[in-house]
Design a protein around this ligand. Sequence first.
Ligand code: AMP
Length: 303
Amino acid sequence: MSILIVGSLAFDDIETPFGSSFDTLGGSSTYIALSSSYFTDEVKLVGVVGSDFEDKHFDLLHSRNIDTKGIKKVEDGKTFRWAGRYHYDMNTRDTLDTQLNVFADFDPEVPLQYRDAKFVCLGNIDPELQLKVLDQINKPTLVICDTMNFWIEGKPEELKKTLERVDIFIINDSEARILSGDPNLVKSARIIRNMGPKTLIIKKGEHGALLFTDKGIFAAPAFPLESIFDPTGAGDTFAGGFIGHLARCESINDLEMRRAVLYGSAMASFCVEKFGTEKIASLDMLEIEDRYQSFRELSRIDE
Ligand code: AMP
């Protein structure tokens, strides 16, 4: 099944307690696309970049079979830029800089051949743009959405309009608290699900993720890793693994949704092992299945 992804394509400056990297290829849709490309070869991107986005960046996406016809290159503009610094525990980070650049005037146009996509993943981007993209898709089976505090605080009403049309919403714990106005995550989940999305995933960094559906709550751990270098993009990589697994399923039910959470977690655990997209651009399916099995073992008890 094809997946259409819209989100940011970016150059990031990242500082962690273990090192820093500058002008690193990033952006929400880059991570989502790379991650989901292991599960389906029909990944299509819609986004915008500037003249500083070079052929080698496109080549990287093409090396994973990602369709980039929906990426607009603005020759007299600069690609979106973000800078962040992680604290010692790596769970918290400060955004040092956000430069929208070409995203400021972006009016997304979904290529005709993308409009029948069944799975739509609205990566972290201005919620008004997310909605504009959604308006151009014929009849999606599943709409998944991610966001971040920048938009929750900056464009709350626009985000709520988008959420009315979203099936699965992925958000982290601190963002869930801000959006719902409630410090308790279970109550937050109820409040947010009432805004539209039937299914909600709350990511909790190194403490795993919670899946809320009509059937109840499923808790997945995060993989206990000895080396965590850079958590940037882990959330988007999670979303990519999650939607990627669902896109290869014959039907979507609670069991597949739980499996998808574990695949998302497995992909995210790879992402943090190296800076930027380095690790998730060069995996193979055997490693992924292996990590998925390790995840299942993490909380299994043979009575
Ligand atoms: P994550 O660590 O999963 O939150 O994703 C980090 C990625 O999101 C980075 O590669 C950034 O380029 C991108 N990003 C950061 N802020 C924004 C924003 N306001 N809108 C869109 N993308 C962003």
